[in-house]
Ligand binder design. Structure first.
Ligand SMILES: Nc1nc2c(ncn2[C@@H]2O[C@H](COP(=O)(O)OP(=O)(O)OP(=O)(O)O)[C@@H](O)[C@H]2O)c(=O)[nH]1
Ligand SMILES: [Mg+2]
Length: 111
């Protein structure tokens, strides 16, 4: 975070230490929830696919579904800032998919 202040601002600079602590607390809370989820899913193979927008994640899952869908149970949780389009694309090849629409957020937290 920048420490620069606009000439017209009467705000104090934002200290980097405070920001780091805030981030750490948020991450700790996320880790706590994530651990509980991992324990509940301990008998399931869970794979996190994360990459740049448009890099082929949904296509990869569609092709995986076509090739392995009849041999193993596949379910997908898909996150997107808007729309259900990716879940629809996966359902089209027979994958059970649930879309998490974040409403603008570009990441998904454990809860
Ligand atoms: N040439 C080529 N195109 C690909 C490949 N994989 C995906 N595409 C194309 O790249 C575009 C984006 O693919 P998606 O699977 O929608 O990418 P995504 O990562 O799910 O995109 P977002 O959900 O928007 O982040 C589509 O037009 C795909 O057809 C590939 O291996 N080769
Ligand atoms: Mg996609």
């Amino acid at each position: 975070m920048s420490n620069t202040i606009s000439p017209k601002s009467n705000q104090m600079p934002v200290g980097s230490v405070q920001c780091e602590n805030t981030s750490l607390n948020l991450l700790k809370a996320n880790d706590f929830v994530a651990k509980a989820i991992r324990e509940r899913l301990s008998d399931i193979c869970v794979i996190n696919i994360c990459s740049s927008p448009g890099s082929g994640k949904t296509t990869l899952m569609q092709e995986t579904g076509k090739r392995l869908g009849k041999k193993i149970n596949i379910a997908v949780l898909v996150g997107d800032p808007e729309t259900e389009r990716d879940a629809v694309r996966m359902r089209e090849v027979g994958i059970n998919a649930l879309q998490i629409v974040t409403g603008g957020m570009c990441h998904i937290e454990a809860k």
